[in-house]
Design a protein around this ligand. Sequence first.
Ligand code: IMP
Length: 424
Amino acid sequence: MSLTCVIGIQWGDEGKGKIVDWLSKHHDLVVRFQGGSNAGHTVIWGSQKFILHLIPSGIFHKGVKCVIGNGVVIDPAQVLKEIKELTMRGIAVKNRLFISDRAHLVMPYHKVLDNLAEIRKGDAKIGTTGLGIGPAYVDKCSRLGLRMGDLYQPDYFKKCLKQNLDEKNWLITNLSPYKSFKLEKVYRDYQNYARKLASYVCDTRVLIQEALEKNQRILFEGAQGTLLNVDFGTYPFVTSSNSDISGVCAGTGIAPQKINRVIGIIKAYATRVGSGPFPTELSGEMEERLRRIGGEFGATTGRARRCGWLDLVSAKYAIEINGVTDLSIMKLDVLSQLKKIKVCVAYKYKNKTYKHFPGNASVLENCQPVYKEFLGWNEDVTTIRKYQQLPLKARRYLNFITTSLGVKIKMVSVGSERNQTIVL
Ligand code: IMP
C-alpha cells in the first residue's frame, strides 16, 4: 500500500503542482483534500502551460483518477470551466474526475462577503484571493453550508438556500451597496451546474476505500502551505482550511495510520502573497530580482508575491507538524548568479534568540532573522540532472538545509519543465 501526501512547507506557491504532476504517473488516484479555487497549481505540459485551481494536477496522466475530496470548498462554475478547458485541449476528464458529495459549495454571496470583510478590515486586511473561501468554511462550521450532494435534493437545497439568503441578503444590503441575491436565480444557476456535474459527483470516501482494498497507490495533493494553515499558520493571516497533513484525514475520510510518505515541498527561498508577518522578507533590488527570475506572480490573482530568504525556523516547524519524510527543494536555479545567499537559522526577539516558530503574529512581526551566509554559484544549473554535478557551492547550501531540517532531500527542481528535476 502506498499513500503519499504532498504538502507545502511555506506560504504556498512552493511548486507542488510540478511535483504532483511528476509523481502522478506512479499513482492510481490523485486526491485534493482542502482549500478551493484559491489554489493555483501551474503545470507545464509540453509546450502548454496549465493553471488548475480545483482539479488535481494528476489529470494530465492517462489512467490516473482524480478526486476532489469532502474537505475542498467547490465553486461549481470554476470546476466546469476547468473541465471544459482540459477537454478542449484533448485531456479526457469523464470517468476520471470524482467530486465528493460531502464537499461544500462556494456560493456567490461568499465572494461578496469575502470582499466586504476585507474592505471592513482596512489596513488589517488579510489580502485574501476574494474567491469566497473563508465565508464558505465559516458556513461549513456554523452548520449552514450547502454541499454538492444537496444539489441533487432540489427541494431540500432550495429550503437551505432560502435560509442562507435570508441571512446573507440582510448582511449584504445593510453593509454595502450590493444588491440582494434572488433565490430563484441562484437556485436555477446551481441546478444548472448540478445537471452538468451529475456524472462526477459521488461518495469519494468509498472510492478511496475501494482503491485501498485493491492496494492502489494514492497521492494526496495539498493546496496552500503549512504557514497558511488555520491552526498552525501565521494566524489570523491564514487561509481557512487545514493545509497541513491533518487536512488529509478530515478532507478525505482516510485513516491517519495508512499514510506512509509525506513529501514536504519547499522553495530554495521564500515567498508569500497577501498580508501577514514574513521575517525574512526582502525589499528593493534583491526582492525584485527574485520575483523577476522566479516569475513570482500569483497563479490565481496575478498579484506580485513578496520574496525573501529561506527561513529554516519556520521550515523546521512545518516539517515537525507534517512528519515530513522526504523533501523536495524547488527553484534552485533562481538563486544562481547571486554573490551571496542568506538563510535564516534563528529569530531575535527582544534581545533573546529563538529557534521555535512563535504562535502570535505580532511577535513574529517583530522577530529579526539571524542569518547564515553562503557563497553563491555563478553557474547555470538548469541542465543538470545529477546531484553530484551541481556546483559545490549549491551542494553546500542544500546540505546545510538537509542537516538543519533533519530530512533527506529526494528531489531538486532546477526549472519549470518536467524533466528539469534532479531525483536523488
Ligand atoms: P483566502 O484563502 O482567499 O481566504 O486567502 C487567505 C490568505 O491565503 C491570503 O494571504 C492569500 O493570499 C493566501 N492564499 C490562499 N491561497 C493561496 C495559494 O494557493 N497560494 C498562496 N497564497 C494563498
